[in-house]
Design a protein around this ligand. Structure first.
Ligand SMILES: NC(=O)c1ccc[n+]([C@@H]2O[C@H](COP(=O)([O-])OP(=O)(O)OC[C@H]3O[C@@H](n4cnc5c(N)ncnc54)[C@H](O)[C@@H]3O)[C@@H](O)[C@H]2O)c1
Length: 333
């Protein structure tokens, strides 16, 4: 099961959580929290929206249980979630508050101000914002030292990565507590600084910009671009990030390719100096024993073997899975 903590006992903290805004993200997060054994409350912007959110939560978890990707007890645990349209009553006395309302500045500011006034003074409050600087949101939170950004990805039950984003005066103890909680429920948190797009969306948007440009320039259709991405560099990314991939490829090779693209496409392809500095020092990656990381000969051999083992396993998994839907999966054609 992808939800690591299901059946493994609930984490020690938090015991009670409130999810504010039960849409695409809030519902998935509520499902995972409930499945992990936490006491969960949800609220939305009206009595009707809150009642519908509860129905959608049940539909969602039943679908997952029927597909065998959530255990049967997750259905009972979600049935025990309480749905109340009253924001203050929803956050009253809980340990942890997850805000996932619309990505609109005035809505977030208002909801964060109201919920932080109604919350226990030591309740940890997080916002799932995808784009607003956490320092700006913190200005609306009472006792902002217990506030931080917590950027989950869709679908939240299954995407392991979560960006943890403290602002300037977040209490480091709150960060430690939240990181431990995320790990306990099977997530892979990374603490990053607050800046527009944080880390994930900044990189994802750069990829999307170039994908659009390839189509706009007539190089390939959207289907061909998707195929290239998922089957080449994207195929490697379940296991490795860009730095380890670059180390295994050779930083001199990447620097040279980067130069070709910079000459062709200009400033947007200019590499930050960190790459040129490493190459100038002879740190070319695994082949020289150092690049962004360092490797003994044994570590390098082990890395390359484990890489190949994972790629072989992923190819087998892809061959075994059923097709997705017509139009998105080339095996359907
Ligand atoms: N959808 C994604 O892929 C994604 C990924 C990461 C982060 N986020 C962020 O998560 C947040 C929620 O996004 P979403 O995709 O779930 O949006 P959504 O529109 O599906 O859900 C937002 C929910 O908030 C509710 N809401 C709005 N105002 C409210 C209020 N005043 N009080 C209570 N509830 C209120 C809405 O009725 C709705 O159910 C946003 O900040 C978004 O940027 C979204």
């Amino acid at each position: 099961m992808a939800t690591g903590a299901v059946g493994a006992g609930a984490p020690a903290w938090p015991r009670t959580v409130a999810v504010i805004g039960a849409g695409t993200m809030g519902l998935g997060v509520a499902e995972q929290f409930a499945a992990a054994g936490l006491t969960v409350r949800i609220t939305d912007r009206s009595p009707e929206a809150t009642a519908q959110a509860y129905d959608r939560l049940m539909q969602r978890v039943r679908g997952h249980a029927a597909a065998g990707i959530m255990p049967p007890e997750a259905v009972e645990r979600c049935a025990a979630v309480t749905a109340n349209p009253d924001l203050a009553a929803t956050v009253d006395g809980v340990d942890f508050i997850f805000e996932a309302v619309f990505e609109q500045q005035e809505v977030k500011d208002d909801v964060l101000a109201r919920l932080s006034r109604a919350a226990r003074p030591d309740a940890v409050i997080v916002s799932n914002t995808s784009s607003f600087p956490i320092d700006d949101l913190a200005e609306h939170v009472l006792n902002a030292e217990r506030f931080l950004g917590l950027h989950w990805f869709n679908p939240p039950e299954w995407t392991p990565g979560v960006e943890v984003i403290p602002h300037d005066t977040t209490d480091p103890a709150a960060v430690t507590q939240v990181v431990a909680f995320l790990r306990a429920i099977g997530k892979r948190p990374a603490v990053v600084r607050s800046a527009p797009g944080f880390v994930a969306n900044r990189i994802q948007n750069a990829l999307f910009r170039e994908a659009l440009a390839c189509v706009q320039d007539g190089l390939a259709s959207p289907r061909e671009v998707d195929e290239v991405c998922r089957s080449t560099f994207g195929f490697r990314m379940p296991f490795f990030g860009p730095f380890l991939i670059a180390d295994m490829a050779g930083l001199d090779v990447w620097e040279s390719a980067a130069g070709t693209m910079e000459r062709a496409y200009g400033e947007r392809f200019q590499m930050p100096p960190i790459l040129h500095d490493l190459v100038a020092q002879g740190k070319l990656g695994t082949k020289t024993g150092a690049g962004f990381f360092t490797y003994t000969p044994e570590e390098r051999d082990q890395l390359l073997l484990e890489r190949d083992r994972r790629y072989a396993a992923l190819n087998e998994l892809l061959a075994r899975l059923p097709p997705i839907v017509a139009g998105t999966d080339d095996r359907e054609e």
